[in-house]
Design a binder for this molecule. Structure first.
Ligand SMILES: *Cc1c(COP(=O)(O)O)cnc(C)c1O
Length: 642
């Protein structure tokens, strides 16, 4: 297994996508990595050994009671031939849950938190079910139930990182060292267009560390999770109301997964009406890269419709495509406000057209931050949308999830909302589960719940207004220096806008140079080259103060002056060499045609809170195509394979 990470400006180029999923489960992968860093190979072996010993101890105790443990070999899970109904209520009285996969069978799984006294409690439950007295063990068994041939004899995770940080002090400093490399929201605004990097308020995050919320299994019987049930259903209700639809499913774990779920619902809807053949999905050229990917995964054929020179859906072209595919039309996927940051006034005409030809309208709701309280997907005639709770509804996602991409649906689709094989969710004709857990990433739903509860309807609407106002403030301040690619009929942007950096090519400056130079000014780059190559998409959100917006504008305006000193023959090296590291600026040698101060402290505000980039420029596209291993060289693997 390998994790490949690169600098974190977003490169969601449509056709040559290097990444089109903002919400990978990267954070969780990093946490698992940190767990291995802290415990190291010896610690992991010790933990696994203890779990196994507990399972063996339990197996021995159960056999002593005359219960048949099905397998001679096991690791942490015991399968018993035993009638579940005989232990279920006794175990629940003892606050223990077993799993009953079919009648006559009980499955028990232990983990590293299971103690000897837990093992005794479980034995006690079975003993009283049998009306016997259990002989309780006073220590964990020394036996093993692993076949000798499967016991690992080779070493693993020998790299230094897994063998150095085994005290809390060491680990803390290691994590801090990593954190310092990150230009994050706790330093300055991250204006990633389409990604809505807003405040994740401490008060919203607080409940996540409460054991009442965090120490619960996703498959506990529903009647043991009354608090969760109440919170999840309330959240579904709020989202249903906000979108103007009839029902919501919280199951999908990301926006892209929501898209897939929504399209599967549309497929099920057509099939239920005998329209099995409807499989064409029309998608505007400006759509997010996930849209066509999801449609293909849902088994649909993608037909791309043009956008006009203003960036809007070309209604004439759409009409042509719809008529040509009328019989097979399944859906239109449309982003509103558009991925270009514009409220398209033709939107209702577009959705009506699709309905006239028997299709359903999927609205990509990742841009909901421009709508909440002011308008909604149902009003524009959509049938289903996903929301990105990890964008609009305050769940953090800069580190890569976990996300929540719920789908909200019109009445005709409610029946098909996704089910779950263990705990009933979804509609009466539910499509199969979209993710493993019945309510997806239930824990982080608390953040969105708190966000909605604390802001209330007034506050949510005000947040939308400020988000749009902030974007238009940036637009007004920047438009003389940077051409704004698309605006609506009234010359306004929605909650984000695209600045065009292509004209600077003739001065030898690429959009990447501007992105990298922003780091010298203490800012994370906006979204680069999406949805239009050579541009930047800026979304400030409602969370930023006027002072921060002004700092960002000053940085971009100052960079524009630097661009003006650039020519194709002599591109300004301030931009070409960016970002400048501390090592570079403090080196004894300095052979650049500008001063160290211009390089690292280009505006007065910078010196007061300097962020030092930890590396110089990385060629992102090259890095993606040529993975360079920081551990053993590839030859080492080739040798060991030989
Ligand atoms: C972020 C985004 C998505 C995908 O969401 P993920 O959670 O990253 O899968 C889809 N469409 C648009 C417009 C987005 O901005």
């Amino acid at each position: 297994m390998r994790m490949a990470l690169q600098t974190r400006e977003q490169h969601i180029k449509r056709d040559k996508a290097t990444s089109n999923i903002c919400t990978a489960q990267v954070l969780l992968a990093v946490m698992a990595g940190a767990y291995a860093v802290y415990h190291g190979p010896e610690g992991l072996k010790k933990i696994a050994g203890r779990i196994h010993k507990a399972a063996v101890t339990l197996g021995e105790g159960l056999r002593a009671l005359g219960i048949s443990v099905k397998h001679d070999y096991f690791f942490d899970t015991l399968s018993l031939d035993f009638p579940g109904e005989k232990v279920k209520s006794l175990s629940e009285e003892a606050q223990i849950n077993f799993y009953y996969p079919e009648s006559g069978q009980v499955l028990i799984s232990l983990n590293e938190t299971t103690t000897l006294s837990d093992v005794c409690d479980i034995l006690g439950v079975f003993a009283s079910a049998l009306g016997k007295e259990a002989a309780l063990p006073d220590s964990l068994s020394g036996n093993t139930a692993l076949p000798e041939s499967l016991v690992r004899k080779t070493s693993f995770i020998q790299q230094e990182v897994f063998n150095r940080y085994h005290s809390e002090t060491e680990l803390m400093r290691y994590l801090k060292k990593l954190e310092r490399k990150d230009l994050a929201l706790n330093h300055s605004m991250i204006s990633l267009g389409s990604c809505t990097m807003k405040l994740n308020a401490a008060s919203e995050m607080l409940p996540l560390s409460m054991p009442q919320w965090s120490n619960i299994h996703p498959f506990v019987p529903v009647d043991q999770a009354g608090g969760y049930q109440k919170m999840l259903h309330k959240l579904e209700e709020y989202l249903t109301e906000i979108t103007g639809f009839a029902a919501t499913s919280l199951q999908p774990n990301s926006g892209a997964q929501g898209e897939y779920a929504g399209l599967m619902l549309i497929r099920a809807y057509h099939e239920a009406r005998g329209d099995r053949h409807r499989d064409v999905c029309i998608i505007p050229a400006s759509a997010h890269g996930t849209n066509p990917a999801s449609a293909v995964m849902a088994g649909m054929k993608v037909v791309v419709t043009k956008t006009d020179e203003k960036g809007n859906i070309d209604v004439a072209d759409l009409e042509e495509k719809v008529v040509a595919n009328s019989e097979y039309l399944a859906a239109l996927m449309v982003t509103y406000p558009s991925t270009h940051g514009v409220f398209e006034s033709s939107i209702r005409k577009v959705t009506e057209l699709i309905h006239e030809h028997g299709g359903q309208v999927y609205m990509d709701g990742a841009n909901m931050n421009a709508q909440v309280g002011l308008t909604n997907p149902a009003r524009i005639g959509a049938d289903v949308c996903h929301l990105n709770l990890h964008k609009t509804f305050a769940i953090p996602h800069g580190g890569g999830g976990p996300g929540v991409g719920p789908i909200c649906v019109a009445p005709q689709l409610v029946d098909f909302l996704p089910g779950n094989p263990v705990i009933k969710t979804g509609g009466d004709r539910a499509i199969p589960a979209i993710s493993a857990a019945p309510w997806g990433s239930a824990l982080v739903c608390l953040i969105s719940y708190a966000y909605i509860r604390m802001l209330g309807s007034e506050g949510l609407t005000e947040a939308t207004r400020i988000a749009i106002l902030n974007a238009n403030y940036l637009k007004e301040r920047l438009e003389d220096a940077y051409p704004i690619l698309y605006t609506g009929e009234m010359g306004r942007a929605a909650h984000e806008m695209i600045i065009d950096c292509r004209p600077f090519k003739k001065q030898g400056i690429e959009v990447t140079d501007i992105a990298k130079r922003l780091m010298d000014y203490g800012f994370h780059a906006p979204t680069v080259s999406f949805p239009v190559a050579g541009t930047m998409m800026i979304e400030p959100t409602e969370s930023e103060s006027l002072e921060e917006l002004d700092r960002f504008c000053e940085a971009l305006l100052s960079i524009r002056r630097e661009i003006d000193e650039s020519t194709e023959e002599m591109p300004n090296l301030l931009l070409k060499n960016a970002p400048h590291t501390a090592e570079m600026v403090t080196a004894d040698q300095w052979h650049y045609p500008y001063s160290r101060q211009q390089a690292a402290f280009p505006l007065p505000y910078v010196s007061e809170n300097k962020f030092w980039p930890s590396v110089r420029r990385v060629d992102d596209a090259y890095g993606d195509r040529n993975l360079i291993c920081t551990c053993d060289p590839i030859e080492a693997y080739m040798e060991s394979a030989e």
